[in-house]
Design a binder for this molecule. Structure first.
Ligand SMILES: NC(=O)C1=CN([C@@H]2O[C@H](COP(=O)(O)OP(=O)(O)OC[C@H]3O[C@@H](n4cnc5c(N)ncnc54)[C@H](OP(=O)(O)O)[C@@H]3O)[C@@H](O)[C@H]2O)C=CC1
Ligand SMILES: O=C(O)C1=N[C@H](C(=O)O)C[C@H](O)C1
Length: 274
């Protein structure tokens, strides 16, 4: 039985992850964490998320060290916010707990802190800006399109629900990086446009964040040429798309000794070359 701890347990992702883990035969939730001073601390997490008692009391992240020591999870899953995630990763790594990290919105410095904690403590982690299987195929398709249409004008548009805290999305940034790595020419990222911007430069990759309603997560990449354009879109209509990838990632990482992996590793997509 794979023992899993979840931070951000009552959040949109955390609560769905806990629900799905409780439906798996080979894994169980042993600890769940929310922010310090949470009013529901100590209450049963299953009851709090509406699936009935699971005998896991809600802990708070200031107790992470001691609760990880007593519950000894194999994997900690983090979908919180960047600042909290960095601290959670440091504590989990010190306790020898492998990680599945879905949080987005990190600074470059925070990304380095996370990598350092994972490497120094010799644990293993899957880090992905998007765990949906379809998004990873979309990423793979972008490798191909960027190789073939690297000279086209490339723009990325993402739309998310009104509650999302970081912009642009981690997925949009990853898409931009993939295009940059594969298009065979220099790239500069342009975040939105305003004022007298001048003509569009060939090396630009435009990135645009739209927020509103309850949109789970839409991403479109436009390759615009002379007389034609290709638009490729992924739309997530349910967070279950992300959660399914998280479950696969928990199974993938549980026995890994050390190293940093992504969802291409989990889904076996690295072998596909264009
Ligand atoms: N990689 C992927 O596939 C996906 C990534 N995401 C990313 O996951 C993150 C979370 O998204 P979402 O679930 O929608 O956000 P939510 O705000 O619904 O959930 C985050 C949860 O984390 C809690 N939290 C904040 N700080 C801490 C802490 N120190 N310890 C424990 N819990 C804490 C929040 O509590 P409170 O509300 O009280 O502050 C909240 O319950 C975002 O960065 C998002 O971009 C989302 C979907 C898919
Ligand atoms: O905050 C969200 O909701 C999502 N965040 C991720 C991101 O920033 O890319 C993934 C997904 O699009 C949903």
């Amino acid at each position: 039985m794979i023992k899993v701890a979840v931070t951000g347990a009552l959040g949109r992702m955390g609560s769905n992850i806990i629900k799905t883990i409780t439906q798996q035969e080979d894994m169980k939730v042993v600890a769940a964490f929310e922010i310090p001073n949470h009013p529901k601390k100590g209450e049963d997490v299953g009851e709090l998320i509406g699936i009935g008692k699971i005998n896991v009391p809600l802990s708070t992240s200031d107790e992470l060290n001691e609760v990880l020591k007593s519950t000894k999870p194999d994997v900690l899953v983090d979908f919180t916010i960047a600042d909290a995630c960095v601290e959670n990763v440091k504590i989990a790594a010190k306790n020898g707990v492998n990680l599945v990290i879905g949080t987005t919105g990190f600074t470059e410095e925070q990304k380095m802190e996370i990598e350092k904690a994972i490497k120094e403590n010799k644990v293993a982690a899957v880090i992905s800006q998007n765990f949906a299987i379809g998004v990873n195929i979309f990423f793979k398709t972008l490798e191909f399109l960027a190789k073939k249409l690297g000279d086209y004008d490339i723009e990325i548009i993402e739309m998310h629900h009104r509650y999302k805290k970081d912009a642009p999305s981690g997925t949009a940034l990853r898409a931009a990086e993939i295009i940059k790595e594969n298009r065979g020419r220099d790239s500069i990222f342009v975040f939105g446009r305003k004022g007298l911007t001048g003509e569009r430069k060939k090396e630009e990759i435009g990135i645009h964040a739209v927020r509103g309603g309850d949109v789970v997560g839409d991403h479109t990449v436009i390759f615009a040429g002379d007389g034609e354009r290709i638009e490729i879109t992924h739309r997530a209509s349910s967070r279950q798309a992300f959660v399914n990838g998280v479950v696969l990632s928990i199974r993938f990482i549980k026995d890994k000794k050390e190293g940093i992996y992504n969802t291409f590793d989990v889904l076996g997509l690295n072998e596909i070359k264009f």
